[in-house]
Design a protein around this ligand. Sequence first.
Ligand SMILES: *Cc1c(COP(=O)(O)O)cnc(C)c1O
Length: 397
Amino acid sequence: MPGFERFGDLEREELQDVLDNGILMRYGFDGMRNGHWKAKELEEELKTSLECDYAQLVSNGTSAVSVALASAGVGAGDEVIMPTFTFVASFEAILLLGAIPVLVDIDDTLGLDAKAVEKAITPKTKAVMVVQMCGSMANMTALSQVCKKHNLLLVEDACQAIGGRYNDKPLGSIGDLGCFSFDFVKTVTCGEGGAVITNNKEYYINADHFSDHGHDHEGNDRGAETHPFLGYNFRISELHAAVGLAQIKRLPEFLEVQKKNYTILRETLSEIPEVTFRTVPKGGEESYAFFNFFMPDVEIARKTIEAFKDHGVDACWNYFDNNWHYVRKWNHLKDAKSLYPLSKDIKDALNLLSKKTFTQSDHYIGRNISCLIKLSWTEEEVRSRARKMKEAILSSL
Ligand SMILES: *Cc1c(COP(=O)(O)O)cnc(C)c1O
């Protein structure tokens, strides 16, 4: 998954170019920057690579989600439906706007279950945020239908799935807005960075202004710009954008290596009848950033993780007992532990959440094992890993 495994001359050249020119800020300083605009160039590359009309870079993937929601007018008191299995960033980004996260079950895709989404809709629901976890995707046709029927915004968090496709469209470009992260462990990395993509001009203009203090970015005198509305600083720097620019050009190469490594692991584990795989919706093509499979039950999954350690297999997890990615251990969220007062709406919703159980999600996450696919493995290393994984699984059954 992580592009940092392949840092090289391209990244160094782009970075050196920024340092040689000395302008680390993505906006303004037009006279001093000798025509060097790394962030703007990266936005152009993203539009091509992600086949969308508009791309706005931001400081990270978490701010991308906040900016995407704000750009479409989601705010105080609005409910945003999100999955029980994601990264903590999902609810953080919603809460930041004063909106209310409403958690619902996932299905065997490890993404939002459209039926569970439909049941959770209330008059306050404004948006559905689907998270394309671990390089694959939820059933986007079913989710798009639910959103259309109920006139809801569909926001796609594709932070973990850059390069994946559904019905021949890049993940992230299917919903009304898509979000990406280029943090240190993502497929395309620049240390810290993110992007919002959309085909909606109004959302794009809002994202452009909102992520830079509400600046209108008209003309070439930053001091003379006006502020049509409130904003914050979620800008990316030229240094980060420079590394991102080198990395995005290498995405096809990264995807090819991921797929090759994934395929070797999958073919070997397919020889074990007790091992099953997450459903990839028809028309879907994973990014192959991760390899996910199911064991027959929670206990066997836990035993397998222990056996992996004994067999020297690293970078594999069971998210059931993890407090970053799954609702079961998000006690700070359920207990509304906040430094500053939260609104009554939010507190009531979190109180309800703390009493809720998610048996369907537990059924999938409890049995799931998720393994990172690295770019740096040699073929011999992947084959040896596949053998060790198979041995460890057989010893756990
Ligand atoms: C990484 C990630 C984010 C947040 O991205 P950052 O750049 O680390 O803020 C959001 N959602 C998902 C699914 C992620 O994996």
